[in-house]
Ligand binder design. Structure first.
Ligand SMILES: Nc1ncnc2c1ncn2[C@@H]1O[C@H](COP(=O)(O)OP(=O)(O)OP(=O)(O)O)[C@@H](O)[C@H]1O
Ligand SMILES: [Mg+2]
Length: 377
């Protein structure tokens, strides 16, 4: 019973409206990530769930029990909500050793001493900090302190775990290892996890669901694959791409179930369920661009602006006319001379089309379920 529901949560700090009618449900066993740029309200949302901030409006229920009712000014105290939170800042107790910090929750729950030692050592080992068991927090690096705070949160095997940027201070290699430990942990314990990050790759890697926030609004909530394939608006598209998604201005007309777009990459016909005419923006991932070294009638000529090798893949910036730069990704190693010509082809089923004024999606690619259904069929 660890379903969490937020209904129409509104929170102000003075005149600053930081949460604007947030609605979402985190089902039992979900790994839900709150994703968005700095200052969009991710930490505040976690603090509202835990009871460290009180919203003026809205309802929060945890396991079917109301813990916040803004209208009635009812706020259950944090200790009564049975949640485990790892803060963006680690908040370790400075006067306690690593062992004592991690053991604290188990000591409070009156576990036998030998069982406590065994659990604490196992958690520290998992997070690769067992050698520091007798040190004080001030004797650890930021990344080590961060891992102690994760160990402290997981050692009690909580039903609900809230993690606010728990890997932000780790180097790239350790961050990857900790991501897989967190994913395994979620699997093993079936804990409901609410995870905060502004790292889109981390969100796509770990989550069962992603909630994307901008300026205090929940803009899209979906499975990671659908967030990636069909971002609901231009801000999400721009934010989730890695490397960055291409956004290409176009003019669009509608005919017989298709949008006809005209832009620097030529004319395309994109299937749609909505009719739309006017200025639009096409979004296209670098990996969805086909590159040819020879002229082809069905491809558009472009010029190599720069080549950026990245180990297993090569990124290329290509110019289409004087101003439009397109980022293309080639899986493998390639080297082209700057200024040389290439031809690119874009297939219309790889493109999402957005209304330039509202930023909202008009034509989207097939959702993951549809695609998956067809592949399986
Ligand atoms: N205690 C506070 N008093 C006043 N304003 C606050 C307070 N806490 C947060 N804010 C403001 O609320 C907004 C949302 O902050 P929040 O910490 O939730 O952002 P965030 O998405 O977690 O950002 P980051 O990725 O930088 O951690 C910001 O504009 C922030 O300045
Ligand atoms: Mg934050």
């Amino acid at each position: 019973m660890s379903r969490i529901e937020l209904k129409n949560i509104n929170k102000h700090f003075g005149d600053n409206h930081v949460l604007k009618g947030i609605d979402f449900v985190i089902e039992d066993g979900d790994f839900m990530t709150l994703l968005g740029p700095s200052g969009c309200g991710k930490t505040t949302t976690l603090r509202v769930i835990t009871g460290l901030e009180n919203p003026e409006g809205g309802i929060v229920t945890i396991g079917g029990k109301e813990v916040v009712n803004g209208e009635n000014k009812y706020y259950a105290p944090p200790a009564k909500r049975d949640l485990n939170l790892v803060f963006q800042s680690y908040a370790l107790w400075p006067h306690m050793t690593v062992y004592e910090n991690v053991a604290f929750g188990l000591t409070v729950k009156k576990f036998p001493k030998n069982e406590i030692r065994q659990k604490v050592e196992a958690a520290l080992d998992k997070l690769q900090i067992l050698p520091y068991i007798d040190r004080y927090p001030s004797e650890l690096s930021g990344g080590q302190q961060q891992r102690v705070s994760i160990a402290r949160a997981i050692v009690t095997e909580p039903k609900i775990l809230l993690l606010d940027e728990p890997l932000s201070n780790l180097d790239a290699k350790l961050r990857l290892e900790m991501r897989s430990e967190l994913k395994r942990l979620h699997n093993e314990l079936n804990t409901t996890i609410i995870y905060v990050t502004h790292d889109q790759v981390e969100a796509l890697t770990l989550s069962t669901k992603i909630a994307v926030f901008f300026e205090g609004e929940l803009v899209q909530l979906d499975e990671p694959r659908n967030i990636y394939r069909n971002p609901a608006d231009l801000r999400v598209a721009d934010f989730v791409g890695n490397p960055q998604i291409n956004l290409i201005d176009a003019f669009c007309s509608y005919k017989d179930g298709s949008l006809l777009t005209e832009s620097v990459i030529g004319k395309l016909s994109v299937p749609t369920t909505k009719s739309y005419e006017g200025e639009c923006v096409m979004a296209l991932y670098p990996e969805d661009i086909q590159i040819f070294e020879q002229r082809r009638a069905d491809a558009t000529k472009c010029t190599v602006y720069s080549v950026l090798p990245a180990g297993s893949e090569t990124l290329m910036q290509l110019t289409m006319d004087d101003e439009t730069v397109i980022l293309a990704k080639y899986m493998g190693e390639k080297d082209y001379e700057i200024g040389s010509s290439l031809w690119i082809k874009i297939s219309s089923d790889k493109i999402n089309v957005y209304d330039k004024n509202s930023g909202k999606i008009i034509a989207e690619k097939e959702s993951y379920e549809e695609l998956n259904g067809r592949v399986l069929a």
